[in-house]
Design a binder for this molecule. Structure first.
Ligand code: ADP
Length: 255
């Protein structure tokens, strides 16, 4: 569960808040796209979740943890409970695909035996078993992103956040990565993805939250489409339903 309650953040020197009283509730196992123009506050929202930035006011609770109570020395441990995927992959260049995933598990304190059992399974999930001994510079962009995803899901996080995971990928590879994130979501992981890619948002028809000038201006809970503004999404015309004893009246309008 991801909960923001009236979260506000203004960076020193900025005249406007990067996040302005943002409230949001994401249930376990949801798949959510976060969209908005550049500068809308998407990265800031993601950084609040990883505790790279802290709010000026408001409350954030992630997977039952109140971030106010995560002290500095506990931040690395807290972050290891999250899966985080970056647009530039952040792989260790001198380590193989296998070692990149194994290293993340080692830091998390997993035993050697468990690591040897887990890594092949995760590489299979992301379809990289045959690339296990390659180094990052021998991989395509899509493969590198799949290693990065493998690394972040190896510890089976309840929540995976991805800030523009497909920004550097071509159309076909983008679809592969989204399919993979969807598969991970089907296994029970909550996913929050920021993107500028209209096609993937419209094809997946999941929840879509729009940020504009630091505010949530649109939250389409189901079948969301890519929408950078607060304009209501065109829906089916309101159906008229018969209520006993009452005149015909339109259904409550859904915005
Ligand atoms: P997005 O990810 O949607 O492009 P950001 O969260 O990066 O938006 O930025 C939101 C606002 O906060 C912008 O006005 C941006 O200039 C400002 N901002 C982001 N990071 C910093 C920072 N480190 N210092 C000062 N201002 C920042």
């Amino acid at each position: 569960m991801i909960l923001f309650d009236s979260v506000t953040k203004k960076y020193p020197g900025d005249s406007e808040a990067a996040l302005d009283s943002v409230s949001l509730h994401i249930e376990p196992n949801e798949f959510v796209f976060l969209v908005g123009k550049s500068g809308a506050g998407k990265s800031t929202l993601m950084k609040m979740i990883t505790k790279e930035e802290i709010p000026d006011s408001g409350k954030i609770i992630i997977g039952g943890i109140d971030l106010d109570y995560v002290k500095k020395r506990h931040i690395p441990g807290y972050r290891r409970r999250l899966g985080v995927v970056f647009q530039d992959f952040k792989l260790l260049p001198r380590r193989t695909v296998y070692e990149n995933v194994a290293f993340a598990l080692e830091i998390a304190g997993m035993s050697g035996k468990e690591i040897r059992r887990t890594v092949p399974k995760v590489l299979e999930l992301v379809d990289l078993s045959e690339q296990a001994n390659k180094f990052p510079d021998q991989l395509s962009g899509g493969q590198a992103q799949r290693v990065s995803i493998a690394r972040s899901v190896a510890r089976q996080p309840k929540i995976l956040i991805a800030d523009e995971p497909t920004a550097n990928l071509d159309k076909l590879t983008t679809q592969e990565i989204i399919d993979l994130l969807k598969r991970i979501n089907d296994f029970g992981t909550t996913i929050l993805v920021t993107t500028h890619n209209e096609n993937i948002v419209n094809n997946l028809q999941k929840r879509v939250i729009t940020l504009k000038d630091g505010k949530i201006v649109n939250d389409q809970k189901n079948n969301g489409i890519y929408n950078l503004d607060s304009t209501p999404v065109p829906k089916q015309p309101a159906r008229r339903v018969q209520t006993p004893g009452h005149a015909l009246k339109p259904r409550r309008k859904v915005i």
